[in-house]
Design a protein around this ligand. Structure first.
Ligand code: TXA
Ligand code: MG
Length: 312
């Protein structure tokens, strides 16, 4: 690669030519490819070293593009009114559309999202096709929230369009909207309560025995190299502490949000875990995080990161 990050025009050319290119969204950086081109989508799996096919989110420039590939009922439209934003809707796939089976993993539903980041929308519009994009990290590793994290994760071998640091820092909230029911498949950067209030609807939580649960929600995911201990008031000997609010740990410890702001903590989460990993520590103890608002998504990611690895 001659130089990285790539320019906007280079990113568009890569995507139009069936290559992958990483780009910023407001949640995390995505590794994008033309969702209508199976060869291109395959390159996402190869680049991430993803060992099996999980369905991917099709990122659209606007509602109109999303309506070209998914069926929106009245409920879905009410939720789509929250776009652009950190909300992914799993909807019935429109029949006869030009979307690679590798994006849906052969399901008859598709996950769609119009990202909040203006550069992401401009890129999709210029590419002219929905972009399949999982987070831009090797499979099972931390999701990148800055251009530097993407470059490090792939040894600078993957082209990336610089869109600055991600404003949200955790992935989108995923809701399935099928048959008049709204089920949260993944907690994420838009808090469930806020969506319920804004859309005037009730959201059910996915139960583990539900057939619709997001297939990619593996237990071990988002993992730093170091082991994690959650809900730690103070570090044990040999542990590095990651604080939150008043639980600030020893002098000099990183704190996800000294003022106890969950939005700030979400924004810092993956970057701080990566920073602690880079120090070579083997054990990270993390302060308790309240479970309300974005705390639901933060705790979900932390529990996954703390789970034993290699569950594929
Ligand atoms: O914020 C985000 O959502 C980021 C940025 C790049 O947009 N993307 C992201 O993608 O987190 P990924 O691939 O890591 O997560 C997508 C999730 C997976 O858990 C997958 O199983 C689920 O969405 N999913 C995709 N299509 C689905 C479908 N048709 N039914 C159920 N779950 C689906
Ligand atoms: Mg991911």
């Amino acid at each position: 690669m001659p130089h990285n990050p790539v320019t906007f025009d280079e990113a568009v050319a890569l995507l139009r030519n069936g290559e992958v290119c990483a780009f910023a969204t407001e949640t995390v950086y995505g590794l994008g490819a033309d969702a209508t081109n199976s060869d291109a989508v395959l390159k996402i799996y190869q680049t991430k070293n993803r060992p099996r096919f999980n369905p991917l989110i099709a990122h659209c420039a606007d509602l109109q593009m999303a309506q070209g590939i998914a069926e929106f009922d009245e409920l879905a439209l009410r939720l789509a009114a929250l776009w652009p934003g950190a909300l992914t809707l799993v909807l019935p796939l429109k029949s006869g559309v030009e979307i690679s089976d590798l994006v849906t993993a052969g399901l008859d539903t598709i996950a769609v999202r119009v990202p909040g980041h203006f550069l992401a929308r401009r890129l999709i519009a210029a590419a002219g096709k929905p972009l399949a994009a999982p987070s831009a990290n090797p499979s099972g590793r931390l999701s990148p929230t800055s251009v530097e994290m993407v470059r490090t994760a792939f040894d600078d071998q993957v082209p990336v369009l610089d869109g600055g640091d991600c404003e949200k820092g955790v992935e989108s909230t995923i809701l399935s909207v099928i048959g008049g029911k709204v089920v949260q498949l993944r907690a994420g950067a838009l808090a469930r309560e806020d969506i319920e209030r804004a859309a005037g609807i009730e959201i059910e939580l996915a139960k583990s025995d539900m057939p619709v649960a997001a297939p990619g929600m593996l237990k071990s995911h988002y993992a730093p190299r170091a082991g994690l201990r959650l809900n730690a008031m103070t570090p044990n000997p040999g542990e590095t502490y990651l604080g939150f609010g008043a639980h600030s740990g020893p002098e000099g410890a990183l704190n996800l949000s000294p003022k106890g702001d969950l939005n700030e903590a979400a924004r810092n989460l993956f970057a701080y875990l990566a920073r602690l990993d880079a120090t070579g520590t083997n054990a990270i103890a993390i302060a308790p995080i309240p479970d309300d608002g974005l705390g639901e998504a933060i705790n979900d990611r932390l529990e996954r990161a703390a789970a034993p690895q290699g569950e594929y």
